[in-house]
Design a protein around this ligand. Structure first.
Ligand code: PLP
Length: 399
């Protein structure tokens, strides 16, 4: 997945354009720029690739989720439904706005279980936020139906799934708003960066202003612009955008390499009867940034991870035993450790986490292993890796 593996002349050229004129900021300084607007150019490229009307670049994927929720009007008193298996940014962004994250079970797609979502809806629910983890998606038709029935927003976190699609539409473009990350380990990287995409002119205008202190960006004197509402600084720098512009020009090539490498490994381990693969909703196409599969038990998944390590098979993750992507180890959230006071409403709203168990998620994540698909592997290296993985899994299963 990581775009940083294939860094080169493209990125250097774009960055040098910026360094040559010295304008490191995305707004203003028109006369000094020699016509270079890297952030704007990358936004147009994203709109084109993701087939949406608007893309707003921001400083990170976490910022993208915060901006998406904020411009959609999520705030104090609201509940946002999110999955137990995700990146910590999901609840961080929700809580930054003073809203309450409601964590619900995942299903065999490794993303939000629509039945669990339906059960979690209350009069306070404002949005459903599926997270398309490890390159594949939630059942978006089912979630959209639920959102429409209950008049809720659907916000897609597609940070790990750029290039994937659902019924012919790019992931991130299906909900009211979609979020992407361009941090250092994502498929396309800016170093740090993110984007919010939407087909709504209203949300796009809000995102443009909100991510830059509420500036309305009318005229060419920042000091004289008006501020229709309060905002914050979630801007991306022109240097970071330049790196991303170099990367996005290679996106199709990156995706083709991912798919080739994914298929070599998948077809090798598919020969083992006891191994099953994550469910992909009908009409979905993965980004192929990860290959996710399950062993028959938690015990066997742990042993497989040990066998992978012993045989030099790296970049595979058993999220059940990882503190970053799965609720089991999020002690700081469960006991609400913050540096500053949190509203009583959020405290009360999160009290359920002290006792709630997620048996269905535990079962699925316990058996699952997700392996990163790298771009820099040669075909011969992938074949060798596939062989090692098969041998390691067979040794565990025969044991
Ligand atoms: C990476 C990631 C984010 C946050 O992106 P940053 O750019 O690192 O802030 C959010 N959600 C998911 C699913 C991610 O993988």
């Amino acid at each position: 997945m990581p775009g940083f593996e294939l860094f080169g002349e493209n990125e250097r050229k774009e960055v040098n354009d910026v360094l040559d004129n010295g304008v490191l900021m995305r707004y203003g300084f028109d006369g000094m720029r020699n016509g270079h607007w890297k952030a704007k150019e990358l936004e147009r490229a994203l709109e084109d690739k993701l087939q949406v009307k608007h893309a707003q670049l921001v400083s990170s994927g976490t910022a993208a989720v915060s901006v998406a929720l904020g411009v959609a009007g999520v705030g104090a008193g609201d509940e946002v439904i999110m999955p137990t298996f995700t990146f910590v940014a999901s609840f961080e962004a929700i809580m930054m706005l003073g809203a309450t994250p409601i964590l619900v079970d995942i299903d065999e797609t490794l993303t939000l279980d629509p039945k669990a979502v339906e059960r979690a809806i209350t009069s306070k629910t404002k949005a459903i936020m599926p997270v398309h983890m490890c390159g594949s998606m939630a059942n978006l038709d089912a979630l959209k139906t639920i959102a429409d029935t209950h008049n809720l927003l659907l916000i897609e976190d597609a940070c790990q799934a750029i290039g994937g699609s659902y019924k012919g539409k790019p992931l991130g473009s299906i909900g009211d708003l979609g979020c992407f990350s361009f941090d250092f380990v994502k498929t396309i990287t800016c170093g740090e960066g993110g984007a919010v995409i939407t087909n709504s002119d209203k949300y796009a205008g809000y995102a443009d202003h909100y991510s830059d202190h509420g500036h309305d960006h009318v005229g060419n004197d920042r000091g004289k612009e008006s501020h229709p509402f309060l905002g914050y600084n979630f801007r991306i720098s022109e240097l970071h955008a330049a790196v991303g512009l170099g990367q996005i020009k290679q996106m199709d090539e990156f995706l083709a390499i991912q798919k080739r490498n994914y298929e070599i490994i998948r077809s090798a381990i598919a020969k083992i009867d006891e191994v099953t693969f994550r469910a992909v909703p009908e009409g979905g196409e993965e980004s192929y940034g990860f290959l996710s599969f399950s062993l028959p038990t938690l015990e066997k998944a742990r042993k497989t991870m040990d066998a992978f390590k012993a045989n030099g098979v790296d970049v595979c993750f058993h999220y059940y035993d990882n503190s970053w992507h799965y609720i089991r180890e999020w002690q700081h959230l469960k006991s609400l450790k913050t540096l500053y006071p949190v509203s009583q409403e959020v405290k009360d709203g999160l009290a359920y986490l002290e006792t709630k168990s997620y048996a269905q998620s535990d079962d699925i994540i316990g058996k699952n292993i997700s392996c990163l698909i790298k771009l820099s592997w040669t075909e011969a290296e992938v074949a060798e890796r596939a062989k090692k993985m098969v041998n390691a899994i067979r040794a565990v299963l025969d044991y």
